[in-house]
Design a protein around this ligand. Structure first.
Ligand SMILES: [Zn+2]
Length: 215
């Protein structure tokens, strides 16, 4: 028995997100989509976020460009450019708790993730910062990630898993993965494990010094 929360990052993508939504819908599963701001400039892509929202999924902010990790950006306006701009595009699709997920390189949780000015921005804007504890690397192993994902689920009581609704081919295995989760007694839920939420509604919940750059 294990709990599993699903998140889909880096979309929306017309070739993949509709299929992910279909699969989740057929199985009655709710998840969170952490979207990239600049992708929402495209009306077709934004309409996919509208659909996800209408179907009960949560929409989170995953930066505007998803280019240079925030802790490595020297620009003092990083938070404005990457976070505020994305939140404005998400608009009324936003969850009241204003989910925000930073990104590292390859899913690492380290000091590239954030920097003090970004944390101040998140706090002032009453965001909730959503990390993760399961990253089966679907993007670089589109066929082999399912086994790794199941192993990660079995290793802890509650996994918050990062998958990607990107055209890598990985999501062709999503339905098989979800069938295996069910077969093994996994319980899928939409909320997040508290140890993955260092900030909730702008309030710090635990120390994140290890995730902060010194700039
Ligand atoms: Zn990402």
């Amino acid at each position: 028995m294990f709990d599993l929360t699903l998140s889909f990052d880096n979309g929306p993508e017309p070739e993949v997100t509709p299929r992910v939504l279909d699969i989740l819908g057929e199985r009655g599963i709710k998840a969170t989509f952490f979207v990239i701001g600049e992708k929402l400039l495209d009306p077709e892509r934004r309409s996919l976020s509208v659909r996800a929202h209408q179907e009960g999924h949560w929409i989170g902010n995953h930066t505007y460009t998803h280019s240079v990790p925030l802790g490595l950006q020297r620009d003092p306006d990083t938070a404005e450019h990457e976070i505020a701009r994305t939140q404005a595009l998400i608009g009324d699709l936003a969850h009241p708790q204003r989910w925000f997920r930073p990104f590292g390189g390859g899913g690492n949780l380290d000091d590239r993730l954030l920097k003090p000015s970004v944390v101040e921005h998140l706090s002032a804007g009453e965001y909730s910062c959503v990390l993760w504890n399961s990253i089966p690397r679907d993007w670089d192993d589109p066929d082999g990630w399912v086994e790794r994902a199941l192993t990660q689920c079995r290793a802890q009581t509650w996994s918050l898993m990062v998958l990607h609704d990107l055209p890598t081919g990985a999501m062709w295995h999503l339905d098989r993965f979800l069938a295996l989760v069910e077969e093994r007694g996994g319980r899928i839920r939409q909320d997040f494990p508290p140890d993955c939420l260092p900030m909730v509604d702008g309030q710090m919940k635990f120390e994140i010094d290890g995730l902060l750059a010194e700039v």
